[in-house]
Design a protein around this ligand. Structure first.
Ligand code: CP
Length: 307
């Protein structure tokens, strides 16, 4: 069993069957992660290199854990301690790593399109672990996995994605993934944080959070990316929080039992109230747990180990 692609650079290049293949493969790896000995020999002899040019807690750690649980050799490459600081380019860096027989390169980079560029320049498989504002495919896959695990039928599911949609790679990948599997997706946020012509992606646009939350099954909150767009897109954080923050009162507008998701890291008290982040509606830590199984599935399917 494998994917017909060499790389995973975005959800846009996957069809619904391929997304389901990854989720179903992750089902069996979730079982492995629940065992006392959380390891299988599937990628023994393979080398996975984590190449993270931006900070990460969840994605980098879970790719490392995923590769180790598949028995791969794992290298965590740190650009700040490498010849990148002497001016070596991304492509030259990756080609040198590839020359040491790396089978899979996991890349996080601040530039949209960096993973595609790298995938064209090396023979190793490239997995996009987040590229600028473009895509974060494994985040969307673990989000879908979590919804399925909670016994939600994705077809017809009403999902509100709330916040800075324009600058969110998580939002973009989730819009692609959810719409491909038949969910009804709304994007909710201020006009300054909404991409032009976003309706063309098959979503409904809401600028008012109270309207956007009405009767949804799932609320996916986005992090306010203070390090990227600065403060130019809203007057104050307090104002943003008043208009677009998820509070217990607003949660009541969604369907009873609605789930609350967030890719992390969360800005407590900004986009989400702490009592919601830590409350019974939240599946935020389930998302993190499931990231390991989903990344095991992606590594396994791209490695061709199952052929
Ligand atoms: N969700 C996510 O990408 O988190 P990290 O930036 O910590 O990897």
């Amino acid at each position: 069993m494998s994917l017909k692609h060499k790389d995973l650079t975005g959800i846009a290049s996957l069809n619904a069957d391929e997304i389901m293949q990854i989720l179903e493969t992750a089902d069996s790896f979730k079982e492995v992660t629940g065992r006392e000995i959380k390891k299988v020999p599937a990628l023994r002899g393979k080398t996975v290199v984590n190449l993270f040019f931006e900070p990460s807690t969840r994605t980098r750690t879970s790719f490392e854990l995923a590769a180790k649980r598949l028995s791969a050799d794992v290298i965590n490459f740190s650009p700040s301690n490498s010849s990148v600081v002497k001016g070596e380019t991304l492509l030259d860096t990756a080609r040198n790593i590839e020359a040491m027989q790396a089978d899979i390169i996991v890349l996080r980079h601040s530039s949209a399109g960096a993973a595609e560029t790298l995938a064209r320049g090396v023979k190793s498989s490239v997995i996009n672990a987040g590229d600028g504002w473009h895509e974060h495919p494994t985040q969307a896959l673990l989000d879908l996995f979590t919804l399925r695990e909670k016994k939600l039928e994705l077809k017809g599911l009403k999902v509100a994605i709330v916040g800075d949609v324009a600058h969110s790679r998580v939002a973009r990948s989730n819009v692609y993934a959810l719409t491909k599997l038949g969910a009804n997706v709304r994007v909710v946020g201020p006009p300054t944080m909404m991409p032009a012509c976003v309706e063309r992606l098959g979503v409904k646009v809401y600028y008012d959070l109270d309207h956007g939350l009405r009767d949804v099954d799932v609320i996916m909150m986005l992090r306010l990316q203070l390090e990227r767009q600065g403060r130019a897109l809203f007057s104050t954080i307090r104002e943003y929080s008043r208009l677009y923050g998820l509070t217990p009162e607003r949660l009541k507008l969604a369907k009873p039992g609605a789930l609350v998701m967030h890719p992390g890291p969360i800005n407590r008290g900004v986009e989400i109230a702490p009592e919601i982040a830590d409350g019974f509606s939240s599946v935020i830590l389930d998302q993190v747990t499931n990231g390991v199984a989903v990344r095991m599935a992606v590594l396994y399917l791209l490695s061709g180990a199952g052929n």
